[in-house]
Write a protein that binds this ligand. Structure first.
Ligand code: ITT
Length: 200
């Protein structure tokens, strides 16, 4: 089974490929080489945006595609930045700018109230319809400063209590073992497995 990853975020593509890479029978391809116009993410939920990205991309390239819509929800900010995670510090903001903005917004919030959650919704679609949807979440705490150089986006300020490190302090292998994206991909694989392993 061939799946084209409908994402322009190279970090996401690398993580998805690394997690799915060892599954035999699944050919994972990036969007490189396909001409796809920019898809406007104007929905109010991760699910809505993931569905839109998957279906529109599938129609343009006439392939089965996998989309990922994800973000960070901070309890003290009533779930923000949420679906606005990529644009929280303006279009094209760097990881540092996103993290600095979040730390500013949480300046006077005490440690016990800095709870947050990363979420990913994955959608598989062919040019005609949505075939599968899967979700993954990962709970953590927002730090008071940036720590670590790995990962992307909000990883330097997302502290993962089970490993006592921020996601940016984890190796790619460690992050991919525990992340919201890993959990969503596992939920997706439960649905996909019968298709590519010859089951029913
Ligand atoms: P595509 O829509 O092309 O896939 P994007 O980066 O615009 O790329 P989203 O709209 O889903 O993707 O935005 C998600 C943002 O949430 C992303 O840009 C990061 O800032 C943040 N994010 C998502 N997953 C993350 C992760 O694993 N670690 C850190 N930040 C993450």
């Amino acid at each position: 089974m061939k799946l084209v990853i409908a994402s322009r975020n190279q970090h996401k593509v690398t993580e998805i490929k690394a997690i799915l890479g060892k599954i035999s029978g699944l050919e994972i391809v990036s969007l490189n080489g396909y001409a796809v116009p920019e898809i406007i993410e104007d929905q109010e939920t991760f699910q809505g945006n993931a569905a839109k990205k998957a279906l529109e991309t599938a129609k343009h390239i006439n392939e089965t595609v996998l989309s990922d819509d994800s973000g960070l929800m901070v309890d003290a900010l009533h779930g923000a930045p949420g679906v606005y995670s990529a644009r929280y510090a303006g279009a094209g903001a760097t990881s540092r700018q996103l993290c600095e903005k979040l730390l500013r917004e949480l300046k006077n919030v005490p440690a016990a109230r800095r709870t947050a959650c990363f979420a990913t919704v994955l959608v598989v679609a062919d040019p005609r319809k949505i075939l599968h949807t899967a979700e993954g979440k990962c709970a953590g705490l927002i730090t008071e400063d940036m720590r670590g150089n790995n990962g992307f986006g909000y990883d330097p300020v997302f502290y993962f209590p089970p490993l006592k490190k921020t996601f940016a302090e984890l190796s790619p292998e460690e992050k991919n073992k525990h992340s919201h994206r890993r959990r969503a991909l596992e939920n997706l694989l439960i649905q996909l497995k019968p298709k590519f392993s010859g089951g029913h």
